[in-house]
Design a protein around this ligand. Structure first.
Ligand SMILES: [Zn+2]
Length: 122
């Protein structure tokens, strides 16, 4: 448990921010593909070659799938970090709880020796 709670919080904030950016990118892509799709449709009506637009749309779809899987991964990591943080908080001396590292019993935050096993708490 080398990472401090502050560092974890920062990492969590960073990941949430990244997730937001990806979501925005996905929405931008959706709009873009819609207009490309419309263009492609108009070209088809006019009898033009639609191959370029089709390819563009394909690339967008691939990119969107990619972003979606990145978001899913981020969601998973965020969830894990949040539960890690929750666990850390409940065992943090700062919040008035401390556990013996030998027997696991909860002690007073200023305890020098464990009240159960008597081992050194400091
Ligand atoms: Zn103990």
């Amino acid at each position: 448990m080398g990472e401090s709670i502050d560092a974890m919080k920062k990492r969590l904030e960073f990941m949430k921010n990244e997730r937001q950016q990806k979501q925005a990118e996905l929405e931008r892509l959706a709009k873009e593909s819609k207009s490309t799709g419309t263009r492609s449709f108009l070209h088809a009506i006019l009898g033009d070659n639609i191959a370029t637009q089709e390819l563009e749309l394909q690339h967008m779809t691939t990119r969107a799938e990619d972003i979606k899987s990145q978001i899913r991964k981020l969601d998973f990591e965020i969830q894990q970090l949040e539960s890690d943080l929750e666990n850390r908080k409940t065992t943090s001396p700062a919040l008035g709880r401390i556990f013996c590292r030998y027997c696991g019993v909860e002690n007073e935050t200023d305890a020098i020796f464990c009240k159960k096993c008597g081992k050194n708490m400091t």
